[in-house]
Write a protein that binds this ligand. Structure first.
Ligand code: GLY
Length: 383
């Protein structure tokens, strides 16, 4: 990525929000960001697919909390053919739930011209998006993300899929949504832990290629957590960054891999924790990003002070910053390496990492020697 936003370039959207376009030709779509944007969902879907029916896929918590608001937004505009709920949590991204959801969509006679609405966090978005990708060889879907993590990352870009015993997201498809509606007011009901976890992905965009954004976050994170224009600004900036990357490299042939900063280490810890509440994705990414800076420093690529600065900021917002912060015991370096090798970011046995030359200077490095990774993991697991 070459475009670097300076803090002064950060547009302050008016309080009503902002729309970011993902430029993918005929598969392009809008990300509509702002408070109470959910209320306009029915009109947007009716305009997008006149006469289409929709099936809502959600989790029980989101459905219980926000289901009435969704139904009110669709009432009189779009027919709801079914509401399908899955248990909350990463364990729903599995073959059994995929089968249940796809059968329920078929029971509801969702046809090629109809739409699936993924109403929830990253788990629901990935699962419902994958179900939409394979149902009748592909039906369109709309992402209505209800967590910060989903609003700034997983709902945008068309990565869908499920986890298997071999690791996270190992079965899936690229299937772009037809529309993303990110209602920032829905984030008010998130637990502080969930909001913090999503914030790790916000910080990630600064660390990848936007040092001005990272510096702005260091000074403004309290306002982002409090809500209001700073939160909209952080989400819109994140979505613009993601939209840019996805438009340039939809299927991760190159620069999209930068979005995996911190994810190689992070996924391994997450897989070891068994995708349970012991360690949630954003927390794993926070630890993984700091480790990516530490590993880069060990390889002589960046200054150790950069790692300290990243760790200071993520600690300030309350995120875990090192493996010893993970409750319930740590895996061995060997087990972590096995998990890293299972990850899809391994090409023909060579370890691929997103490394950094500094804050806002991430790059992809292939053929990282396994011995270096092992030595680094041993060192970090002892801290
Ligand atoms: N979350 C990484 C990506 O969408 O590519």
């Amino acid at each position: 990525m070459t475009t670097h936003l300076k803090a002064s370039d950060l547009k302050t959207p008016d309080i009503s929000g902002e729309t970011v376009r993902v430029e993918l030709g005929e598969r392009g779509y809008d990300i509509v960001i702002g408070p109470n944007t959910l209320a306009g969902l029915g009109d947007r879907i009716a305009a997008l697919a006149p006469g289409a029916r929709v099936a809502v896929v959600s989790d029980r918590t989101v459905e219980g909390m926000h289901g009435d608001a969704l139904r009110a937004a669709l009432k009189g505009k779009v027919e709801i053919a079914a509401t399908i709920t899955v248990p909350p949590g990463e364990s729903s991204k599995c073959f059994a739930e995929l089968e249940r959801v796809t059968n329920a969509l078929l029971d509801a006679r969702i046809e090629r011209g109809d739409l699936v609405i993924a109403f929830g966090g990253g788990v629901v978005g990935d699962l419902a998006g994958f179900a939409a990708a394979i149902l009748r060889r592909g039906v369109r879907y709309v992402q209505v993300p209800t967590t910060l993590l989903a609003q700034v990352d997983s709902s945008v870009g068309g990565k869908t899929g499920i986890d298997t015993a071999h690791g996270k997201n190992l079965v899936g498809a690229f299937h772009q949504p037809a529309l993303v509606v990110a209602d920032t007011a829905l984030l008010d009901t998130l637990s502080p832990r969930e909001f913090r976890a999503g914030y790790a992905e916000v910080a990630k965009y600064g660390l990848i290629d936007d040092p001005g954004f990272f510096a702005w976050l260091e000074g403004s994170w309290r306002e982002v957590f409090a809500g209001g224009p700073a939160r909209i600004r952080a989400i819109a900036t994140s979505c613009r960054a993601k939209a840019r990357v996805v438009a340039a490299d939809e299927r991760e042939g190159g620069q999209r891999a930068l979005l995996n900063l911190g994810h190689t280490f992070g996924h391994a810890f997450e897989a070891d924790a068994g995708f349970t509440g012991r360690l949630v994705h954003g927390e794993a990414v926070a630890i993984g990003m700091i480790m990516a800076f530490g590993f880069s420093a060990r390889l002589g690529l960046c200054a150790p002070e950069d790692e300290d600065r990243v760790a200071r900021h993520l600690a300030a917002v309350g995120l875990p910053t090192k493996p010893s912060h993970i409750e319930g015991g740590l895996p061995s370096a060997g087990r972590l390496l096995d998990l890293i090798s299972q990850d899809k970011k391994v090409e023909r046995g060579a370890l691929t990492f997103v490394l950094v030359e500094g804050i806002g200077k991430a790059f992809v490095r292939k053929d990282v020697p396994e011995s270096e990774v092992r030595a680094f993991l041993v060192e970090r697991l002892e801290q």
